[in-house]
Design a protein around this ligand. Sequence first.
Ligand code: CTP
Length: 402
Amino acid sequence: MFVVVGVTGGIAAYKSVHLVRLLVKAGHEVHVIPTEDALRFVGLPTWEAISRHPVTTSVHDDVPQVRHVALGRQADLVIVAPATAHSLAKMTAGLADDLLGTTLLATTAPVVVAPAMHTEMWRHPATQANIATLAARGVHIVGPDDGELTGGDVGPGRMVEPEQIVAQALALVHPGDLDGVRVVISTGGTREPIDPVRFIGNRSSGRQGVALARAAADRGADVTLVAAHTDDGVLASAAGLTVVRAGTAAEMLQAMTDAAATADIAVMAAAVADYRPDAAADVKLTKEDADGPGRVLELVETEDVLKTLVRSRRPGQTIVGFAAETAHGEDLLERGRRKLHRKGCDLLVVNAVGWDHGFESDANEVIVLRAGGDVVAEASGTKRQVADAVWDAVVAVRAAAR
Ligand code: CTP
């Protein structure tokens, strides 16, 4: 999703760094538009680094791109946090003397405003009248919270915490089409122990599964994330969700069957080992105790979690599998169709992986097949965009089955 974050000149601007980070981590394309005053609190390099996009305050930069209206036009969502008393007055009057002002006039996207100021300024009739006007125009006002303010005084005026602003803002854009739906999603790569210090693992980072979990939660679902090994920092985007750890294929089987027993939708996005050492050694294997120059590891097949879920499927439950394939084009599709048939799930998300794509990156490209083999969606982009496309397909298939 294309999100514009306007930052105006209040001390709470430092909290908006975290707000931008949350949105970026969740896979959104975020463009920050600070006011000149905001830059006195947090400098331009911080906003550029955190949003990964160039940042400017002025309508006179980047003129050939018609930047003063381009960001507003492209936005799916605009958040102004913190919004000072002054910026609320400017918004109410429709002033457009900087890039944030022009963007707010050019956009038709939902606008979410998180006021932050001292209690007296918040309570002033001028501010209250501005808030009432903005709300009447459809602007969504989040907060302010009641609490300790910068000068040590206490009262309404604190900016609402970034997590809450993001959750409320996203809820506006997402249709809530998974409201109250219980979803369990597996993610990451399992590790099958060889001995106390070694394992058989894979390159799955867990990013796509976490993006699916985040997207489902933003759309109203009650999410349980069953996480095998994930890359550093990946689980930060799962803050606030129920996370169950499952290190091995056997633990994944247990955790997924437990959670699926009460779930409406189960998604197997984890890379589960197909084989594991027959028995993990109790002590570290050494070259000394090997019987020759090589070593043979006896591997046995792991239980197929997806097939097990399909076998014990509850009435009305939707089961989604993933297929990571190194094939391309028609071959990729054919392999996907065969796998879908073998696994018996309702939807299969097929993605091409290779030495340099699919795993550790932030981008992904998938084809979604439904039982029978029809392509119901094709998506590419950030893992968050792919996640939303997968949920669109799941919601459509569930609606058709009703
Ligand atoms: N899967 C599973 N349990 C396993 C292995 C895989 O639940 N023991 C699930 C994966 O989470 C994924 C789907 O099955 O949703 C397909 O996984 P993939 O590795 O692509 O297929 P495999 O069944 O392992 O077949 P192959 O590796 O031979 O292509």
